[in-house]
Design a protein around this ligand. Structure first.
Ligand code: ZN
Ligand code: ZN
Length: 422
C-alpha cells in the first residue's frame, strides 16, 4: 500500500459509522421535522440529554436488551479517571434527568420526545451501524390505556406523513408482576417438555428468561414456540381489563391490529402493553416502531414511582422504507458586474434573505458569462443581474433558469415574483 492510500485509509470514517452528506441529509432533516411537528401536535416536548453519561447509569439496568447492551457499550475512561459511556439507548438518561430536575413534580403526564445518535459495539451489517439514530417518545405518569392507543395512533400519523405504507400493528400484553410468575411457570414446564427440539441458546433461556425463547430466529424454535402457552390466557383481572380497554381505544382511532402472543419484552419492569409496527413490504419484514409500557421501570432505576410507556423508531430503517423526496432547492443567484455592483449586490442579497429567499453571492467570478455558468452549475433557480445601468435604474433583470425567460423589476417586484413561483 502506498503511503498516500495508507493515509487515506487512516482518515476513513470508523467502521459502523457513516457520514450523512448534503443530498442525503435533506431526507433526514425532513423526517426529523415531520417527527417534531407530529409529536408537538400531541403535546410532546423535546428533551435533549448528553450523549455520554456515567457508566453506572447504564449498568444499573437499561432497556429491553440489557445484557446485549452491556456487552456492546462504548465505555472509556476520561482524563479525570471517570468511567463514561456513550449512550446505548435513551431511557436511562431521561430517567436520570427526571430525577435530577424533579420533573416528576410537574403536572403529569410528562410527554417527551428525543432524537439523536446512540452507540453500540454491534456487529456492523447492512443497514446497521455502531452509531445509529433513533426517534423516541415517552410518557410518564399516565395509567389510562387510552394513552397506549394514542401513542400508536401518533406513530401511525408520523409514518403516514413519511409515506410509510403497508404496515401492520402487532399488539400484546405481557402482564405484570402479579400475573407473570404463574405464566413463567407454565411456560417453563412446557419448554422443558419440548427442550429436545429447542436450540442450545433457548435451552439455557428456559431457566433464565423463558420469554426470550419467543425472540429466537431459529425456525424449529419458532415452530415449537407456536404452541407454547400464551400470556394473554394468564393475565390478572387488572391486566386483562387494561388490555381489553386498550384495544377498544385502538378501535376508536379505527386502527387495525393483530394480537401477537409472541410479542414479549424480556425484562421484569415491562408491563401490560407491548406493540410493534412492522412493514409488510416484500423483503423488508421488519419492525419500524417498537414500544410498550414499563410501569415498574422508574422505581427500579431508583426514581419516583412513575408509570411509563414509549416507543422507538430506528432512523436508518425508517428512512430505508420512507417515501421521502428531498425538497428541491430554490436558490437565487446574484450576479454582479464591477466593484460597485458587487457591494450593491451584497446589500440586495441581505434584503432577499430577510424575505426568506435563499440567495447565493459568489466572489470568484467577474464576467457575466462566468457568473451565469456558475449559477447553472450550482443549480440556481433564478439569477438576478446587477450591473451599473441596473443600479442607476433600480430595476434588475431576473432570469428564470429552467425556462430561460428573463423579466425585470425592482427588488420588491423580484421578491414577489420569486415567491409566486417558489
Ligand atoms: Zn397482571
Ligand atoms: Zn432457539
Amino acid at each position: 500500500m502506498s503511503e498516500d492510500s495508507q493515509a487515506k485509509k487512516e482518515l476513513a470514517a470508523i467502521k459502523g459509522t457513516k457520514d450523512i452528506l448534503p443530498g442525503e441529509v435533506e431526507i433526514w432533516q425532513k423526517a426529523e421535522a415531520a417527527a417534531r411537528r407530529t409529536f408537538e401536535l400531541y403535546g410532546y416536548r423535546e428533551l435533549r440529554a448528553p450523549v455520554f453519561e456515567a457508566t453506572e447509569l447504564f449498568e444499573k439496568g437499561t432497556g429491553e436488551t440489557s445484557d446485549i447492551v452491556l456487552k456492546e457499550m462504548y465505555t472509556f475512561t476520561d482524563k479525570g479517571g471517570r468511567s463514561l459511556t456513550l449512550r446505548p439507548e435513551y431511557t436511562p438518561s431521561v430517567v436520570r434527568a427526571i430525577v435530577e430536575h424533579r420533573l416528576d413534580l410537574l403536572p403529569q403526564p410528562l410527554r417527551f420526545y428525543y432524537m439523536g445518535p446512540m452507540f453500540r459495539y454491534d456487529k456492523p451489517q447492512k443497514g446497521r451501524y455502531r452509531q445509529f439514530h433513533q426517534i423516541d417518545i415517552e410518557v410518564f405518569g399516565e395509567k389510562d390505556p387510552a394513552i397506549d392507543a394514542e401513542i400508536i395512533e401518533m406513530a401511525h400519523s408520523l409514518l403516514s406523513s413519511l409515506n410509510v405504507t403497508e404496515t401492520e400493528t402487532l399488539v400484546n400484553s405481557v402482564g405484570c408482576k402479579a400475573c407473570r410468575p404463574a405464566y413463567h411457570q407454565a411456560l417453563r414446564a412446557e419448554a422443558r417438555l419440548k427442550s429436545e427440539s429447542l436450540c442450545d441458546d433457548c435451552r439455557r433461556k428456559i431457566d433464565t428468561n423463558p420469554l426470550r425463547i419467543f425472540d429466537c430466529k431459529v425456525e424449529t424454535c419458532r415452530a415449537v414456540a407456536e404452541d407454547f402457552p400464551r400470556i394473554t390466557d394468564y393475565l390478572c383481572a387488572e391486566c386483562s381489563d387494561h388490555f381489553a380497554r386498550f384495544r377498544a381505544y385502538l378501535d376508536v382511532y379505527g386502527l387495525p391490529y393483530r394480537v401477537d402472543p409472541r410479542l414479549v419484552r424480556g425484562l421484569d419492569y415491562y408491563t401490560k402493553t407491548a406493540f410493534e409496527i412492522v412493514t409488510t413490504k416484500i423483503g423488508s419484514q421488519n419492525a419500524v416502531c417498537g414500544g410498550g409500557r414499563y410501569d415498574d421501570m422508574m422505581k427500579e432505576f431508583g426514581g419516583p414511582d412513575l408509570c411509563g410507556i414509549g416507543f422507538a423508531m430506528g432512523m436508518e430503517r425508517l428512512l430505508s422504507i420512507a417515501g421521502i423526496q428531498a425538497p428541491p432547492r430554490k436558490t437565487l443567484y446574484l450576479a454582479y458586474l464591477g466593484e460597485e455592483a458587487k457591494k450593491a449586490g451584497m446589500s440586495l442579497a441581505g434584503i432577499f434573505r430577510k424575505a426568506g429567499i435563499e440567495c447565493l453571492v459568489e466572489f470568484k467570478d467577474k464576467g457575466l458569462k462566468a457568473h451565469l455558468g456558475r449559477a447553472s452549475k450550482t443549480g440556481a433557480a433564478w439569477v438576478v443581474i446587477v450591473g451599473e445601468d441596473e443600479l442607476k435604474k433600480g430595476r434588475y433583470p431576473l432570469k428564470d433558469m429552467s425556462s430561460g425567460i428573463q423579466t425585470e423589476g425592482t427588488p420588491e417586484e423580484i421578491m414577489q415574483s420569486v415567491k409566486d413561483r417558489g
